[in-house]
Design a protein around this ligand. Structure first.
Ligand SMILES: [Zn+2]
Length: 149
């Protein structure tokens, strides 16, 4: 699933999105309170972030009396998946396994999570390659330089 948005969202903007995801519709004051408290950001900074997200099409606004209410059509898991896709697209396919290993090392997991990962690995074993081919553009990856040079 691709998200209809003009640009990727930054880490700071992600903080705003989390507040909106936590409720269905939220006045700017709530976003400001949460992020002043969590990140120590100033009100104008937070308002700028909200404004950028509206411009990018990530947040919708509705006026109710004198205040603006913010909501989003973007699902949190969809944005997480898309961000991961972009991230993995930026590394050599040969390094993806190692990178997932690092993620597992650093993750705090429940027994249920571990069981899920085990199951996924058993399935992957059926379709695993002997060696993963490099998918990089020549000049962006060491393994291709070695192969061709
Ligand atoms: Zn490569």
């Amino acid at each position: 699933m691709t998200i209809e948005m003009d640009k990727d969202i930054t880490n700071a903007e992600w903080e705003v999105m989390r507040v909106v995801w936590a409720q269905t519709e939220v006045p700017s004051q709530v976003i400001i309170d949460v992020l002043m408290d969590k990140r120590g950001w100033k009100e104008p900074t937070i308002k700028t972030l909200i404004g950028r997200l509206v411009k990018k099409g990530a947040l919708k606004t509705r006026k109710e009396g004198r205040k603006f209410l913010y909501s989003t059509d973007i699902k949190e898991d969809a944005l997480v998946n898309e961000t991961l896709d972009h991230f993995f697209h930026n590394i050599c396919s040969k390094d993806i396994g190692k990178t997932i290993g690092v993620l597992i090392d650093e993750a705090i997991l429940s027994h249920e999570d571990v069981a899920l990962l085990k199951e996924k690995l058993i399935q992957k074993e059926q379709v695993a390659y002997d060696t993963v081919p490099c998918n990089c553009v020549k000049g962006q990856c060491q393994c291709q330089c070695q192969r061709h040079g």
